[in-house]
Design a protein around this ligand. Structure first.
Ligand code: NAP
Length: 252
């Protein structure tokens, strides 16, 4: 029976790095995201068999149907894990952020809620489930202009803790990784090498006690840790993986 992990947002950034790491760890992956071509690129790069599920996580009922139908058609797989990684980042001052809340609520919070709901009874039945939510250190220490994003990541952290409490009796472990600044396409400075962007990147590196921004692989290592059965006594944890950024008071 193949140990299978569902991974959302697998077509880019942190999700792609997680896919590579979990494939190397030996899991069968179900890669979830809106752009099928990006998921297929990841599937090709990891070089082990994987399924691609084209899905908009903001559409709750479609999501539940798609996961249910995958489970029905793949009875030979034992789904042991879920990594809720997909997310969007929007930064705007309060008062100008009316249009930010709905998309962030439906993707960043309800995406993980609905994915967890879709797999919960499967995990309960198997008495084995490992959920990892990708949060942000802004969920604990927000910066100005991120009221929607930071509030919803804080809500995700409490969701992690509540599920850890309820999952314990079924051997379902629920943990969260809270990244700091990671160089991925979510930031608009990514891949630009004009002088302004290079200067900004230098400044961002310098803000970290470890003197560099994160790479997607830094987050993938922490996800691998939480999924690993040798860490079977860890649940409800929120792990900062941020080069020490959360120890400083600087606003990126
Ligand atoms: N990079 C950072 O500095 C940083 C810091 C803290 C936390 N995080 C968190 O890390 C996670 C990954 O972000 P990233 O930095 O890797 O950014 P990214 O490269 O933009 O990845 C985000 C992923 O989410 C998917 N996604 C977005 N909306 C979706 C939707 N409605 N339905 C399905 N998939 C959707 C995107 O795929 P499609 O567009 O193809 O759907 C994309 O693959 C996010 O939860 C983010 O909040 C990132």
């Amino acid at each position: 029976m193949k140990e299978t992990v569902f991974l959302t947002g697998a077509g880019s950034g942190i999700g792609k790095a997680i896919a590579k790491r979990l494939s190397a760890d030996g899991y069968y992956l179900v890669l979830v995201g809106r752009r099928l071509n990006k998921l297929q690129e990841t599937a090709t790069e990891i070089n082990t068999p994987a399924d691609c599920l084209e899905l908009d996580l903001s559409q709750g009922s479609e999501l539940l149907n798609a996961v249910n139908s995958w489970l029905q058609n793949h009875g030979e797989n034992k789904v042991i894990g879920l990594v809720n990684n997909a997310g969007q980042f929007i930064r705007s001052p309060f008062g100008e952020d009316q249009n930010d809340w709905d998309p962030l609520f439906h993707v960043n919070l309800m995406g993980p809620v609905n994915m967890s709901r879709a797999l919960w009874s499967h995990f309960q039945k198997n008495r084995d489930g490992r959920i990892v939510n990708i949060s942000s250190n802004l969920g604990q220490t927000p910066v100005a202009g991120t009221s929607a994003y930071s509030s919803l990541k804080a809500a995700l952290d409490n969701f992690t803790k509540c599920l850890a409490l309820e999952g314990g009796a079924f051997n379902i472990r629920v943990n969260s990784v809270a990244p700091g600044l990671v160089d991925t396409p979510i930031h608009d400075f990514h891949q630009k090498d004009d002088t302004g962007s290079l200067q900004l990147k230098e400044a961002l590196h310098g803000m970290h006690p470890l003197s560099r921004m994160g790479q997607a692989e830094d987050i993938a290592g922490a996800v691998s840790y939480f999924l690993n059965p040798s860490n079977s006594w860890t649940t409800g944890a929120i792990l900062n993986v941020d080069g020490g950024l959360s120890l400083t008071s600087k606003d990126p």
